[in-house]
Design a binder for this molecule. Structure first.
Ligand SMILES: C[S@@+](CC[C@H](N)C(=O)[O-])C[C@H]1O[C@@H](n2cnc3c(N)ncnc32)[C@H](O)[C@@H]1O
Length: 290
């Protein structure tokens, strides 16, 4: 605020925000401000613009306050009905599988939401790329990195959390720089992607030979997220049921082999104070062999 406008903040002046068609110079810009006593006649109005183009407003459920608080609770809140914290449990399974011989240099946590699995992966990996489509999720994960120790006393983030790069990005349209990984973890992501086949097909060029692709998902395919022709399973083909695991195997077999039998990992999401969603995801591990 310019010092000469201070006297106009006196309850006797009105403020006009933005220039009008009659303004000149830098007074035409929308940042310009005019304070006038109420009896002065001024050029003020609205510009009304109409367009023939149909306006479509895309709605991302993962940007809403409701989903943000649900996922903060899911990743960092209490455990319910004795079911362990899901992102933490998935990473514990991964660490057991890795053993001593696998390098732990670079990991990608794709669809990381508010970041719990990324923080857990950083305990063992030198560097973690954490990517999610939702800017608000990423912003919350960044805040947690800064203030998490204060808000969630028992989180005890690894001192390597600064080796995590949290970025907004699209799993189906990832930049080339996302490559050279020893591990890619996709937790509850594939059945929320608009092009899961493209995402999976590209994994071979992003994971090192010998590196792991870990996919955990309850395979809840919904047309609201994924068009039916993109579903990996959950339908009949030539009269036979095709499971999502079969679909994964088919799609990945050119470059990956299954490391072990897939395993169930349960999770509980608290939807409201008195309503909980109890689901069982399947976690499968694939090693890049070609
Ligand atoms: C069901 S949540 C799972 C989040 C987390 N991995 C977990 O297990 O709790 C799905 C996540 O995928 C993200 N997502 C959806 N489509 C995506 C895309 N195309 N690229 C990156 N992330 C995506 C959503 O924003 C959301 O954070």
């Amino acid at each position: 605020m310019m010092i000469f406008s201070v006297p106009t903040f006196d309850g006797k002046h009105n403020l006009i925000k933005g220039g009008s068609w009659i303004s000149t110079g830098n007074e035409t810009i929308r940042e310009s401000r005019y304070a006038f006593r109420r009896h002065f006649y001024q050029q003020a109005g609205f510009r009304y613009i109409e367009s023939n183009t149909k306006i479509s407003q895309d709605f991302n459920a993962y940007e809403t306050d409701e989903l943000i608080s649900q996922y903060l609770e899911f990743h960092y809140g209490d455990e319910y009905f004795g079911v362990p914290n899901y992102p933490k449990a998935c990473v514990e399974i991964i660490f057991k599988l890795l053993g001593d011989n696998n390098p732990c240099r670079r990991a990608l946590d794709i669809g990381c939401a508010v970041g719990r699995s990324s923080f857990e992966l950083a305990r063992q990996f030198d560097f973690v790329d954490a990517v999610d489509f939702s800017t608000r999720f990423i912003r919350n994960a960044l805040n947690l990195r800064t203030y998490g120790e204060v808000k969630y006393a028992d989180l005890r983030l690894s001192d390597k959390v600064n080796n995590i790069e949290l970025t907004q990005g699209d799993a189906c349209n990832l930049k080339d720089k996302y490559n050279n990984y020893d591990l890619v973890f996709a937790g509850n992501l594939i059945d929320r992607l608009y092009e899961p086949k493209k995402f999976l097909t590209e994994m071979a060029k992003r994971i090192n030979i010998g590196g792991l692709l870990v996919i955990a998902s309850p395979y809840t395919w919904l047309e609201a997220y994924t068009q039916k022709e993109q579903w990996l399973g959950g339908f009949k083909q030539n009269g036979e049921n095709l499971t999502t695991y079969d679909g994964l195997e088919r799609l990945l077999s050119a470059h990956f082999e299954a490391v072990s039998e897939p395993q169930d990992v349960p999770f509980v999401i608290r939807e409201t104070a008195r309503k909980f969603q109890h689901t069982v995801a399947q976690l499968s591990v694939w090693r890049r062999c070609a």
